[in-house]
Design a protein around this ligand. Structure first.
Ligand code: UDP
Length: 519
């Protein structure tokens, strides 16, 4: 067993610290160029291989490295290839002593397609393939000269199998659940939904017959007017053996309790009630968010990025050119959402008719191929000419830079947790158009609890898009109230990660806990 040490070797040092400035020429897979101290705790981070997971994991990795820990960040071979193609070597090359990238296969057939992988297939494949690869990697790192043995694994909640593999090897094992606390608390109650007979649904009519409006008011820590439709969409199944239903139950009932602790990317002031309920069940929970610029400043190891697409550099210059503050509607549905060609046309028409300038991100793989794909962006005829000068469409952007820009006034979002948190941290109110998973929970909380969102109908037509954008970007009382609330959450987020703030304290507690074990 690894032996305990007193405290982390180094607490936070600024990015300019000499300790981190010496660039390493070693490739991701090469041993570190400088022998690391064998007393340094070595933490291995294993995110689920999707954009919304690798982003908060990399921020956590940088924050831990800045606090003196030796960090190994594990990408799947597929994502490593994507990062190399889109971002070049710098994204995955050790930029500092004690920070390395490694890769393992994801278990799916090899593909060089730069698009989001099938989430369901990936869940099954990683569970099957990754435990053995993880073991091999830990053993190989243990034999690598100059690298301290791995002492701790932080795996994604969606890679819960890693807890058991890590424990078998005598390592500390933590699970980082990347959803919101309210979303996670919903997942923690999937088992109860099954036991109480809500799930699986009796037949397919239950998807549309009003059953989803059933109240669920017995969960301590959740808002009292929660409905079945506010639960992560994986409950919407008629199959008791549904893969995503059963995987989520296993993660909460077997994997999470077996872990040494749970990590969450939120902050106490935002989700206190849900967090209290989570801590009741999983007492060693660390609330570290928002894992953003304050916890791991962009200037810290700046070349390391987890963005699987290359950002379009025109965005910030275009925003700079907008004269009025808070005037731009930013539209982005994240890395997984797909839309039909018809939905694209409705959004385009609605955005054009609303009159506000807009920045609209349409991923190359976002529009569902319905068979009549002519390769052109499905927007109405004459759209480009009509919105010239006040509308910019790009394939991917630096979202935090866009949300943090003075010109951005509203965010039409799918309510992925990272996007929601980034919007709250930037003080930007939202139009919510959730797609799947706990995005529906985040949407409900944004609109009902945090006072920063307006929900858009699933089948929003052009008129509804136009009206919603006009309302959010207008001078009405509701919009003003949402802007005020968003500004309050931003201030509270800043406080949580500032010195002495709740998330800083938990980060220190976490580092102290894992640093007690050395290689
Ligand atoms: N993102 C980005 N540029 C884009 C779109 C998304 O940098 O054009 C980032 C965004 O900042 C967030 C992540 O990708 O950190 C998306 O995660 P989220 O949880 O919001 O949604 P998901 O992609 O998982 O549906």
């Amino acid at each position: 067993m690894p032996a305990p040490i007193q405290s982390p070797a180094v607490f936070f040092q600024p990015a300019e610290s000499a300790r981190h400035t010496r660039a390493s020429k070693s490739m991701a897979m090469a041993p570190s160029s400088k022998p690391a101290k064998t007393t340094t705790p070595h933490i291995l981070l294993l995110p689920y291989p999707a954009q919304g997971h690798v982003n908060p994991f990399l921020r956590l990795a940088k924050a831990l490295h800045a606090r003196g820990l030796h960090v190994t960040f594990v990408h799947t071979e597929h994502n490593h290839g994507r990062l190399l193609r889109s971002r070049g070597l710098g994204a995955v090359t050790g930029a500092a002593d004690g920070f390395r990238f490694e890769t393992i296969p994801d278990g799916l057939p090899r593909s060089e397609h730069d698009a989001t992988q099938d989430i369901w297939a990936l869940c099954e494949a990683t569970r099957r393939a990754c435990p053995a690869h993880l073991r091999e990697l830990v053993e190989r790192l243990g034999r690598t000269e100059g690298v301290p043995p791995v002492t701790c694994v932080v795996a994604d909640g969606a890679m819960g199998f890693a807890v058991h593999a890590a424990k078998d090897m005598g390592l500390l094992a933590y699970l980082f659940f990347t959803p919101s606390a309210c979303g996670f608390l919903c997942y923690l109650n999937f088992d109860q939904l099954v036991k109480r007979g809500y799930v699986p649904f009796r037949d397919e009519s239950y998807f549309t017959n009003g059953y989803l409006d059933s109240p669920v008011d017995w969960i301590t820590g959740m808002i009292s007017n929660l409905r079945l439709r506010d639960f992560p969409t994986f409950i919407r199944t008629t199959d008791a053996d549904d893969v995503m239903l059963t995987i989520n139950i296993k993660q909460c009932e077997l994997d999470a309790p077996a872990a040494d602790g749970i990590l969450l990317n939120t902050y106490d002031d935002l989700e206190r009630a849900a967090l209290d309920a989570i801590r009741e069940r999983l007492p060693n929970t660390f609330v570290l968010g928002p894992l953003g610029p304050e916890v791991s400043p962009p200037s810290y190891l700046p070349s390391l990025t987890s963005s699987l697409w290359k950002e379009d550099d025109r965005c910030v210059a275009w925003l700079d050119a907008q004269a009025a503050d808070c005037s731009v509607m930013y539209v982005n549905f994240g890395s997984i959402t797909v839309v039909t060609r018809d939905q694209m046309v409705e959004f385009a028409r609605g955005l054009a008719d609303a009159g506000s300038p807009f920045l609209w991100v349409v991923r190359p793989d976002m529009v569902r191929d319905d068979g009549d794909d002519d390769g052109k962006m499905p927007v109405p005829d004459g759209f480009a000419e009509e919105v010239a000068g006040r509308g910019l469409m790009v394939g991917w952007c630096d979202q935090e830079a866009v949300l943090g820009h003075r010109a951005t006034g509203g965010f039409l979002s799918h309510c992925g947790w990272n996007s929601t948190l980034e919007s709250l941290c930037a003080g930007v109110p939202m139009l919510c158009w959730p797609f799947f998973s706990e995005q529906v929970t985040n949407c409900r909380y944004a609109c009902e609890e945090w006072g920063v969102g307006v929900q858009m109908p699933r089948e929003a037509g052009r008129g509804e898009v136009e009206a919603a954008v006009r309302e959010l970007m207008g001078d009405g009382d509701k919009a003003a109230a949402m802007r005020r609330k968003a500004a309050e959450w931003k201030e509270k987020a800043v406080r949580a990660v500032a010195a002495g703030g709740s998330s800083q304290r938990d980060l220190k507690r976490f580092v102290d806990e894992i640093a007690r074990v050395k290689g």
